[in-house]
Design a protein around this ligand. Structure first.
Ligand SMILES: [Zn+2]
Ligand SMILES: [Zn+2]
Length: 357
């Protein structure tokens, strides 16, 4: 294959990142690599690409070196391909189509854990929003700051949900669930028989977020392989902003006001495992989370993962935040049919039951 113009590819990537309003340091990586390489004779760049010594140059890192190597081999760099996959798509249209395709929400909290409102209020709001189902996913025991539910309290909640369901409008279903902590060894923070009973299990990391890459990867892989887990919640744990504007009340207890960097894990391995076990990657719609970052959503799309576009609502009004997640999903080319909450409740339940079987 004939070599591509590696500098043009690097500059194109920088342009697309800037246009998408990505972090400045990421854009700068591509611009400074382009600058360094532009100052060298083309055959030296080619020789270094061949020898794998591009990263010895100032301003050239692993990611940019890989792009250059791919370009010179005549391939469109994977990084560029992911950025251009959604080019020419009308984002407003794609976002609206995705939002309209959603039939429910698989990650929500009530005042039984750290939410601000009773379950009934959350359910009635979901009905008003046109949802066909809502999964109630309060926290698990070890998350004490969020008033996580002990096994006994969760059993009581299940009885309560059954009673509420009987009183809700025909055609709408309040589904049972949990946002279960993924513990340090990758096990899940709730009794097995309870997890097996629940309709939907979202598993999230809430502690040890600065664990090193190998440890975090092992931990996440163990959780994904657990037959009870259906959806991997906010996988990087990052906080891109403090609380969203206007959210100060008890509805956001347990959600930090400070920013936090994403945790470090082997995204290729984690998303490959999600695809292999048929587990969904959550696209968390909360404005202060925006998790996973778009770059990782694109990796998960290519890995063949399924997704859940959820609000992680801690108050009824937040149930309308799905559009934020839809916009990011649309930007990354997430196909609607791979979003599990575009499916009917029965289909969703068959999918989660399949994991336990
Ligand atoms: Zn969480
Ligand atoms: Zn949550």
């Amino acid at each position: 294959m004939t070599a591509r113009d590696a500098l043009a590819d690097l500059r194109r990537i920088a342009f697309l990142l800037e246009r998408a309003n990505e972090a400045t340091y990421r854009v700068r990586a591509f611009r400074s690599a382009a600058k360094t390489l532009a100052a060298l004779p083309a055959d030296e760049v080619a020789a270094r690409a061949q020898a794998g010594t591009l990263t010895e140059l100032t301003g050239v890192g692993d990611v940019t070196a890989r792009c250059v190597t791919e370009s010179l081999a005549g391939e469109e760099p994977v990084y560029l391909r992911r950025l251009t996959a959604t080019e020419g798509v009308d984002l407003d249209e794609a976002t609206a189509a995705l939002r309209n395709a959603l039939r429910g929400d698989c990650h929500t909290h009530s005042d039984w854990s750290d939410g601000g409102s009773p379950i009934e209020e959350m359910a009635l709001t979901a009905v008003d929003l046109g949802h066909e189902y809502l999964v109630l996913t309060d926290h698990s025991p070890r998350l004490k700051v969020a008033n996580g539910l002990t096994p006994a309290r969760l059993r009581r909640q299940l009885e309560h949900v059954a009673a509420i369901n009987a009183a809700l409008p025909e055609g709408f279903r309040l589904l049972t669930g949990i946002e279960v902590d993924i513990l340090a060894d990758g096990s899940l923070d709730q009794e097995d028989d309870l997890l097996a009973q629940l309709d939907v299990v979202v598993g999230s990391v809430h502690s040890g977020l600065s664990d090193d890459k190998a440890k975090m990867t092992r931990r996440m892989l163990a959780a994904i392989a657990n037959p009870h887990l259906d959806i991997l919640g906010h996988c990087t744990g990052r906080m891109v902003a403090g609380r969203p504007p206007g959210v100060t009340g008890p509805g956001d207890r347990g959600h930090r006001a400070r920013t936090r960097p994403p945790s470090d894990f082997d995204a290729d391995a984690v998303f490959a495992a999600c695809a292999e076990y048929g587990k969904a990657v959550e696209i968390n719609s909360r404005p202060e989370r925006q998790d996973p970052p778009k770059r990782l959503i694109r990796v998960a799309v290519e890995a063949g993962c399924e997704f859940a576009i959820d609000t992680d609502a801690h108050a009824p009004g937040q149930l309308d935040w799905q559009r934020f997640g839809c916009e990011r999903a649309a930007r990354c080319g997430v196909p609607a049919e791979r979003v599990v909450n575009t499916w009917a409740a029965d289909e969703l339940l068959a999918w989660t039951a399949g994991h336990d079987a």
